[in-house]
Design a protein around this ligand. Structure first.
Ligand SMILES: [Zn+2]
Length: 392
């Protein structure tokens, strides 16, 4: 009997591990699909123009999944080889730390969480199982480890001088990619103001205030109350401004959105969104919000998934871009793919030339496309990243 227990213990553990491993891979490949893109159909004009681009994107959730960022795998939407193939200069990597069960765009409370199971399935350290802050710190560690193993091909950008240095090197070595870190929702702070500094020390330079539910800072567009900025939120914003950390208003309730813009002294980003006039969703920006972002000197990243634009066709992304450009001018629009954000996209990071072609078809000029596909984001970061990072 004892012998059977002795054998069955490790076997049972192995089976549990195998179950989670298979489950994790299945969920990942099932949730982050793309269509089969035939790149041979892309025009010569789009191909040649794409060669000249510095592509940049505000939002990918790759760190959430059990993959090696350095390996090109057969599923999902983004990894280093695919970023290089897609002509990327910069990719913002998000730490996703808590998502409600039954997630929807209308109303979610904060009582349930899918990420705990994923953290266990992905064999994240036990300290991440109960701590949202630790989940963010661990995802930062994953990106730093990938950068260290990348032989200089992936560089983490933390301040203006990093970015300038990166852009200079990119001219002689076009295959390098810069990564920035962001958190999707400041429930990561666990209601402790001191944790802003911890996130800063871990390399986070963009912080999304909320995700799919209301938190201690304010309301989500998909929350229960969908309220405005709280006192705690005000204190966090002040800290972020002092540290030149960029505020991301994606997922913010309309009240929170305008509360933040009313007191912000620095330009903000809405990293991944759609436009209400193109596709009427509670998560998308109204005309009034687009005008307010322009007024603030901010920037909008247009998403690639159906919940942003109504469908996933590249032409729909181009249409949303056109709407913003016609309303407030070209400098306020950029890309916010939501790659690997449990969404289907038409193309993956290696197939970005398809979007270049769609922007040409929408009537944008080559120099406009350079701005939309990356230069607007790069210019925004050159303006708004901290000068030189000094530990507080
Ligand atoms: Zn999101």
């Amino acid at each position: 009997m004892k012998r059977i227990l002795f054998i069955s213990g490790p076997v049972a553990l192995f089976l549990v591990w195998l179950f989670f491993w298979v489950l994790g891979k299945y969920v990942d490949s099932d949730m982050n699909r793309t269509r089969n893109v035939d790149l041979s159909q892309v025009s010569q004009e789009a191909r040649e123009l794409h060669q000249e681009l510095l592509v940049a994107d505000w939002h990918a959730d790759n760190l959430l999944w059990d993959r090696d960022l350095l390996n090109n795998i057969s599923y999902g939407q983004v990894d280093l080889p695919r970023l290089i193939a897609g002509g990327f200069a910069l990719q913002v990597f998000d730490a996703v730390i808590k998502t409600p069960r039954g997630l929807n765009y209308e109303r979610n409370d904060a009582d349930t969480d899918n990420i705990t199971l994923l953290a266990v399935a992905n064999r994240w350290p036990p300290k991440t199982w109960n701590s949202l802050l630790e989940r963010a710190l661990y995802q930062s560690q994953l990106l730093h480890e990938a950068a260290e193993r990348s032989e200089g091909n992936l560089r983490i950008i933390k301040n203006k001088s990093d970015l300038i240095d990166f852009l200079v090197h990119k001219e002689t070595k076009p295959t390098i990619v810069g990564g920035l870190l962001s958190v999707e929702g400041l429930h990561a702070l666990e209601r402790d103001l001191d944790n802003v500094g911890k996130l800063e020390r871990a390399g986070f330079r963009i912080l999304g205030l909320v995700h799919f539910f209301d938190n201690a800072l304010g309301g989500s567009s998909a929350g229960v109350e969908q309220g405005g900025l709280t006192d705690f939120g005000r204190q966090v914003l002040k800290q972020m401004e002092e540290r030149s950390i960029i505020v991301d208003l994606a997922h913010a309730s309309e009240t929170l959105f305008f509360d933040v813009l009313a007191i912000s002294t620095r330009p903000v980003v809405v990293s991944h969104t759609g436009i209400k006039a193109i596709y009427d969703s509670p998560r998308n920006l109204s005309d009034k919000q687009i005008l307010a972002i322009a007024d603030n000197g901010g920037i909008i990243g247009i998403g690639f998934w159906a919940g942003a634009n109504g469908d996933i066709n590249p032409a729909s992304i181009a249409k949303a871009v056109r709407y913003v450009v016609d309303m407030v001018g070209i400098q306020h629009v950029s890309l916010g793919s939501d790659f690997d954000g449990a969404v289907e996209t038409h193309f993956d990071a290696s197939e970005m030339v398809v979007l270049t072609e769609a922007l040409l078809a929408e009537g944008f000029t080559a120099s406009e496309i350079k701005l939309i596909m990356g230069l607007n984001q790069i210019n925004f970061l050159l303006e708004n990243l901290p000068e030189e990072y000094v530990f507080p």
